[in-house]
Write a protein of this length. Sequence first.
Length: 623
Amino acid sequence: MAISLSFFPIISTLLLVLSKVTEAANGTVVYDFNIGWVTSNPDGAFERTTIGINGEWPLPIIRATVGDQVIVNVKNDLGNQTTTLHFHGLFMNGTTEMDGPAQVSQCGIPPGSSFTYNFTVNQPGTYWYHSHDKGQYPDGLRAPLIITDPDFPYADQMDEEIVLSLSDWYHDQMQVWIPKFINKANPTGAEPVPQAALMNDTQNLTVPVQPGKTYLFRVVNIGAFAGQYLWFEGHNMTIVEVDGVYTDPAEAELIYIAAAQRYSFMVTTKNETSVNYAIVSSMDTSLFDTIPDGLNWNVTGWLVYNDTKDKPEPALVDEFDDFDDFTLTPYDKMALLPEPDQVVSLDVIMDNLGNGKPYAFFGNVTYVSQKVPTLYTVMSTGENASNPTVYGEFSHPFVLEHNQIVEIVVNNLDTGKHPFHLHGHNFQAIARSDEDAGVFDSTNSTQTTYPAIPMRRDTFVLKPAGYIVLRFQADNPGVWLFHCHIEWHVDQGLIATMVEAPLELQKTLTIPQNHFDACAAGGVPYTGNAAGNTVDVLDLSGANVAPKPLPAGFTPRGIVAMTFSALAALLGLATIVWYGLADMGAATMRSEEKRIAAMNHETTDITPVGGSVNSESDEARRR
């Protein structure tokens, strides 16, 4: 399957018409989205049911300009699932109710119901939108979101802009995969491996370019799981933005883009048109427990200088020497924030609970959605909103005071990478260890020597068995999730909730009636504590909780060992029983043979070889 970017203007125009996008003189951009099922076959290998918008897939790019009001009218036509939209990377400053996670800032939109997102964008850069409900965005409900900046600092150095999405792709729906994944038959929590990698939701993408021009590529990893290594053969990249934060120019030959991360970089084309060049993106297979036979973890596109020339096969790469994003310098030179007023320490653990299923934990807590969306608990519990108890233990809440400096320390007690994302903010990444460095030690001066001008972004990769230290100012009252952006780990519960300035929020926020209408249509309570208790908000009886823990001493490896030991024991027991029954059967047969021989001896002295006893004796035995 091949798609040329030369067709994208036509496709984009059609999608904009279908989406009824209008731009008014006052800077208001309106999208009308009917979210429903369509069929697609982006890798050319398997046709599947996918979530589309207005009967189409791939989805339209949402576009606006800094300062615009964006209105997205959503109608849920899925029929069998609730849904939401989250606008990843946008701070939603003053409009936390528009952030999108189900049971956090809103109720899921029931089938047949409508919901309006209405917010103002004051952040330029590269973002994306996706469902934040039921792990469903890998089913196709995800696409880039671009906020144009009239004052883009590198505008005079570029000629054109190209939006490029990367993603992994699964042939089965998430509502099929998730129960198989979080299952006692998968005690080690091995994540499902995708069937393919995609560029702009296809394969064999062609990108027409002209010689001697500079193109700004806006790249978004909209995948569910796999980080991707990206490079352009014969060309370097000049990074100028990550996750909506402008940076000083930084040259790179190859970059690593984790799930949910974004990069903008400039590529200057050559001054001749005799050769076309491969664009290669390679899924990070170190994340996969196994590599299925026949999996192609690469996807290739081409910079096409001349469409009459061959599109060459990409060269083999011996190793990935990717650019270190920790070395980037923000363009605005924002200095290191002061010492923190509050430190949140989180240990990443992948383990099992008493039902034998695999879960993800911050410390000893795995996230469970509560009966009342957390934001609505803020708005309906009065002064008790500053007490984390009202949000339920398993929303893993941290109450932050207005404008305090907050530091999040994440220690990885797992052997895999984790891209961590914070809603409502970007953060300064002030420390990141190498792989296998162990936990963070605040008394170790080599670990606590922070850069004077730290890089900033909203999604940052934690390395295996290492740590990261992140710092931000709580200047955006709201309810914001902090979570790993590998969707399987979200489904497993690797989430904490930052409840920021709740009493301040009560003074300023008004939730639209159509948001409450969605709750009512779905039968979801929208007042009271996490359990829906409006009388005694400190009584959490009936709140949603995680399954009970395993007995002390059990681990995923122990479960596997115990399972195989039990199977081996059962097999051994079955073998013993089988042999025992076989011996008993043989003894019985021998006894019967002796009895028959004795009876034969009584009726005849000689039985011919191969002969039979006489009919008279036969008749006697039957009697």
